[in-house]
Design a protein. Structure first.
Length: 608
């Protein structure tokens, strides 16, 4: 895939396709993004593990960029290294990592080494070259006769309708990529230049080839030594100024490696340290993720955007959320970090797209953050349900304090099946009714629970009889305050059914009665009084302090029977446990009722 109408950019310039005075600032911004997030040193150097190192002494890179590959080969593998790249990115890497990078293109006029290279790497370079054949002619003399040529380049097969933007833009990189290869096309190119051993590893977005002019053993299934890579990151980090973007990038990659290796304590320690530096550099607090990017940020000017935020914020947030979730078993604490990761990654990609670029890893991290947030919300919701249905309403409500408002729509979006959604609605109705004292709100939750459970096939509804009973009970108790007359009528209907659960129906009737009294619905409560009194006559132990008190309130405020009310209040005080607030309240009401009865008697005597 060739773009003949495009001219090769001048990579010596700060911004190869810019012509205004912002070139220097643009270069600094893109370099900052690259060293903090965009570069993937592990991917660059992994092909170096596909062959044995016994005979490798000299290693070179063409188009080495910042020089991460060179630095790893020198520091971790002990090879003699040389790089060729005239770009500002290479200049920055030469200074930051003290690398032997020649700020020029590799070719017949610039190759002056006395010894050929055992390995020559060109990572993501050949797609920038208008004439790939001339490119290979220019760099091949630097390679020993049995030396390894390692090339990586975007996979032209990745340009298809199914490709995501995060993958597609880095493949195309408009204005920079002049040639895209398929696996077959890259194989033919290398054959034409005398390479007889050609092994290619292909992914949906990338081609990496290991080529040699002589037969030599290799194994493309080998992977990077992650332990050595972690040691390299850690050691190199100690040599760098900790307040620079390149150091921030090394920290982010070390945190990633430590997290992936399960060394979560070490990862957390590094996050805490980088958090202190980001607080000073950017004014953001990684201990308060909900405060970061809570307002829109300008993205149209990439240089301004780059100065405002670290490019690896998405990855840091995701991994801190991962640690909270898996090490600390704290889904509530993890969720804000996953939300921050999604915000930070999304805004970074938006800023990159303004300059015709994107970042596939950030796209992947945003997806991970969304998935983790979704799963964490489900975990929290299940915990909420368990606590609420067990009656620990305070603990259940506390789980909501660090979350956005939960609605039937958000629960439905969580992917629960109908029975589990109904259980969620039931739990929220119970908390609204018994902890928040909000019967209208609880009624809506219980109604949603009933409607959701009814969506189940009849055969499955039989298996959820306990859940259905809990929902109907919640509905009735909410109606006691919101629709008291309907609640009383429903209680009477249930008692008339004469089912084996009549005893439960009578207990529920007593609770409805008490809630009606507390809501001031005396007329509706009076409809249940006769049944309650008959039940108490048969089972005196069913009388509780609360029930006696509400019977007293009905007698006093609705039936105007102060003497009877006084008797109920005295029973309520007698039945109350020592020290119960109800004891003094009931005694006070009893005294008031007796005083009112005395006034009534005096009034009758006067009338006579």
């Amino acid at each position: 895939m060739i773009f003949p109408e495009l001219a090769a950019p001048r990579y010596e310039a700060h911004n190869p396709i810019a012509t205004d005075e912002s070139e220097s600032g643009f270069s600094e911004a893109t370099t900052k993004f690259y060293v903090e997030q965009g570069a993937a040193p592990d991917t660059i150097v992994e092909p170096l593990y596909w062959f044995d190192h016994d005979s490798i002494r000299r290693y070179g890179e063409v188009g080495c960029g910042f020089g991460f590959g060179l630095d790893f080969a020198r520091e971790a593998l002990g090879w003699e290294v040389i790089g060729y790249d005239p770009s500002p990115l290479a200049q920055a890497g030469r200074r930051a990592l003290n690398l032997p990078i020649r700020l020029e293109y590799l070719g017949p006029d610039t190759w002056c080494e006395t010894q050929p290279l055992d390995v020559l790497l060109a990572s993501e370079v050949i797609e920038h070259i208008a004439d790939p054949h001339q490119f290979l002619d220019h760099i091949s003399p630097a390679l020993a006769p049995d030396g390894w040529l390692v090339l990586s380049t975007p996979n032209a097969a990745g340009v298809n309708q199914a490709a995501t933007l995060g993958n597609l833009l880095p493949i195309l990189t408009p204005g920079y990529h002049l040639v895209l290869f398929t696996e077959e096309g890259l194989h033919r190119l290398l054959e034409a230049h005398g390479f007889t051993q050609i092994d290619i590893r292909a992914t949906s977005t990338n081609l990496t080839v290991l080529a040699n002019r002589r037969p030599r053993s290799c194994d493309l299934t080998r992977t990077l030594d992650r332990r050595r890579y972690r040691e390299y990151l850690d050691a190199r980090l100690r040599d760098l100024d900790p307040n620079t973007p390149v150091a921030h990038g090394f920290v982010g990659r070390l945190i990633k490696e430590l997290t992936n290796a399960g060394e979560l304590d070490g990862a957390e320690a590094e996050i805490v340290e980088i958090g202190r530096r980001y607080r000073k550099s950017y004014g953001i607090d990684l201990d308060a993720p909900e405060t970061i990017l809570c307002k829109p940020i300008e993205t149209h000017d990439f240089s301004t955007f780059s100065a405002a935020l670290p490019a690896n914020l998405c990855g840091l947030a995701y991994r801190r959320g991962f640690i909270r979730l898996h090490r600390d078993q704290d889904p509530i604490g993890a969720l804000p970090f996953f939300h921050l990761g999604e915000r930070a990654g999304s805004v970074l990609r938006k800023a990159l797209q303004t300059i015709g670029s994107d970042d596939g890893e950030t796209e992947h991290l945003v997806g991970l953050c969304r998935l983790a947030a979704h799963d964490t919300i489900r975990t929290i919701e299940r915990r909420y349900c368990t606590l609420a249905i067990q009656g620990d309403y305070h603990a259940a409500h506390a789980l909501d304090q660090s979350r956005e408002s939960v609605t039937t729509e958000s629960i439905e979006a969580s992917g629960f099946d109908a029975a589990e959604r109904a259980r969620c609605y039931l739990a929220r109705g119970l908390v609204a009714l018994n902890h928040l004292a909000d019967p209208p709100r609880s009624l809506k939750w219980f109604q949603a629970a009933r409607a959701t459970l009814s969506q189940l096939p009849v055969s499955e509804q039989h298996g959820e009889e306990t859940l259905a009973c809990q929902i109907e009970t919640g509905l009735l108790l909410s109606m006691a305050s919101v629709e008291p007359l309907e609640a009383a009528q429903e209680c009477l209907r249930r008692l008339e059914c004469e089912k084996p659960s009549t005893r439960d129906a009578k207990a529920l009737c007593r609770e409805v009665f008490q809630r009606q009294i507390h809501a001031g619905a005396y007329a509706a409560a009076a409809l249940l009084e006769e049944i309650i009194l008959a039940d108490l006559s048969a089972i005196p132990q069913a009388l509780t302090p609360e029930l006696a008190f509400t019977l007293g309130v009905l007698s006093l405020n609705h039936k105007q029977e102060p003497l009877r009310a006084s008797d109920w209040f005295v029973q309520a005080a007698t039945l109350s446990p020592t020290g119960s607030p109800l004891t003094d309240i009931a005694r006070g009401h009893a005294a008031q009722a007796e005083a009112l009865a005395e006034k009534q008697r005096a009034a009758l005597d006067s009338a006579r």
